[in-house]
Each structure stands twice: as structure tokens, then as C-alpha cells.
Design a protein around this ligand. Structure first.
Ligand code: SF4
Length: 250
């Protein structure tokens, strides 16, 4: 795929959703970190349901420590792997409290040293809480990048490196959200909705579904993604830089 096509892909994704953000609900970097840790192998909807209650009683490392591991489990027991996640969250809260004065560090190495935090989670936090132009490659971004030919790679890390290299600078900070939303609502895993896809004519995927029902001037998948975006905005309670400059992964 050439440079012009990549630019046009992001121009269109931006046109239908100028201020993309995450569908996880949060109001400070710590809440975002907790939500992203909980979201591993879980849906954003399920995580939001749990955190809506949890954050009312524990939205800082100190309060989470006061709640304790067993107390925390009561709030997150509907989420997969909740035992491990509860352990990791308590350990993480303790480190943040003792080492970082209760703040989430704006530093990749520091973030990745926290229990339950890998490269993807660190990327989401750096991007969404701190506005850094990182790209967290989850299952949706991995699929969309490979299918379209935007950034092919055998591993999430390979795709991330390629995306960082080829995504035009002006789109880099929001690329993560556009690609996730596109993968989640249009370029779905089992059956991509190619007929309604706004970037259909730019996509290299050989097995596109159906024929286009309308042209791809920028309005075809507008509804699906705009609805997703609207829903995300309604649900999101972000404070920092989610809609401006960014939010995200899911
Ligand atoms: S045309 Fe189909 S495969 Fe290509 S990005 Fe759109 S939905 Fe995905």
C-alpha cells in the first residue's frame, strides 16, 4: 500500500469521527489504568458495568488498597480472570502509592514494570491519558492492519512498529482509536462489512464481502462508526486529553 492510500484511509476515518476516544469509562489516569487492566479478555461493556460501582468507592491507589483484594473482588467478579486481576491491581496500587506518590507514571518502562501491565496497556495509557502518539495493537488493529495492507505483520509488535513508521504524523495520536472502532464495528473478525466500509476502495483485502451498496466518498460506514463514536462519547467521562487530543481498547 502506498503513502497516498494510507493518508486517504486516515483522512476518511477522521472525517467520520473527528474526535475518537475509548469506550472504557474513566475520569483520571488511575481509573483508566484499572479499566485497561480489567479489559484483558473482557468487553468494555462488562468492564464499565463493574467500574461504575468500583470507582465510586476506589478511584485512587490509596482507596483501592483500603478496599483490599477481597473487597475488590466483590466489584469485579463478573469479569474474566478476576482473581488474577485483583491480585495485580492491588500490587500495582501499592507500587504507585509507595514509588510514584499515588500517580500513574508517564513513562513506558515504569508502566510496564507494574503487575498486569504489558506493552499494549502501557500504550493505551500513554496515548489516552497522556496524549502520546503511541499505537496499542489489539486484536482489532492487528486484523484491520493486516487485512487492509495498511501495516502487515505476524505479531502485534511487528504491526505496531510498522504503523508507527507509516501512519502520517498528523493522524498518529488518534490512529489507535480509529482502527479499533473500524475493526469493532465495520471490519469485524468473522464477517467484515465491506459493503458499508468507507475505505473499501483503498483496502487490499481479497475476500471482500458483498458489493458496495453505495459509493465510498466518505458516507458509507459513517453511520456505524459515528454511532459508535456517539455512544462512546455519551458513556465516557474522561477529564484529561481523550477527545482533545484523543481516547481508546480496547
Ligand atoms: S473493505 Fe472489508 S476488509 Fe477492507 S477494511 Fe473494509 S470491511 Fe475491512
Amino acid at each position: 500500500m502506498n503513502k497516498e492510500k494510507r493518508h486517504e484511509i486516515f483522512r476518511r476515518l477522521q472525517a467520520i469521527n473527528p474526535k475518537p476516544t475509548t469506550e472504557l469509562e474513566y475520569s483520571n489516569p488511575f481509573e483508566l489504568l484499572v479499566a485497561v487492566i480489567l479489559s484483558a479478555q473482557a468487553t468494555d461493556v462488562g468492564v464499565n458495568k463493574a467500574t461504575r460501582r468500583l470507582f465510586k468507592v476506589a478511584n485512587t491507589p490509596k482507596k483501592l488498597l483500603a478496599l483490599g483484594e477481597d473487597g475488590l473482588k466483590e466489584y469485579i467478579k463478573t469479569i474474566g480472570l478476576f482473581n488474577t486481576k485483583a491480585k495485580n491491581l492491588i500490587k500495582t496500587a501499592r507500587i504507585l502509592e509507595e514509588k510514584y506518590n499515588g500517580e500513574v507514571p508517564r513513562d513506558r518502562d515504569a508502566l510496564e514494570s507494574l503487575p498486569g501491565v504489558g506493552r499494549k496497556t502501557a500504550n493505551v495509557v500513554l496515548n489516552t491519558a497522556f496524549g502520546e502518539p503511541t499505537i496499542a495493537v489489539d486484536t482489532h488493529i492487528f486484523r484491520v492492519s493486516n487485512r487492509t495492507g495498511l501495516a502487515k505483520g505476524k505479531t502485534p509488535l511487528a504491526v505496531e512498529k510498522k504503523l508507527l513508521k507509516v501512519v502520517p504524523e498528523k493522524f498518529k495520536k488518534d490512529a489507535h482509536h480509529w482502527l479499533i472502532l473500524h475493526g469493532r464495528y465495520v471490519c469485524k473478525a468473522r464477517t467484515p462489512n465491506c459493503a458499508e466500509c468507507v475505505i473499501r476502495d483503498l483496502c487490499d483485502y481479497k475476500e471482500k464481502t458483498d458489493q458496495p451498496k453505495r459509493n465510498t466518498s466518505g458516507s458509507s460506514n459513517k453511520t456505524a462508526v459515528s454511532d459508535a463514536s456517539q455512544n462512546a462519547k455519551k458513556k465516557n467521562t474522561t477529564t484529561k486529553n481523550t477527545s482533545k487530543p484523543v481516547k481508546t481498547p480496547d
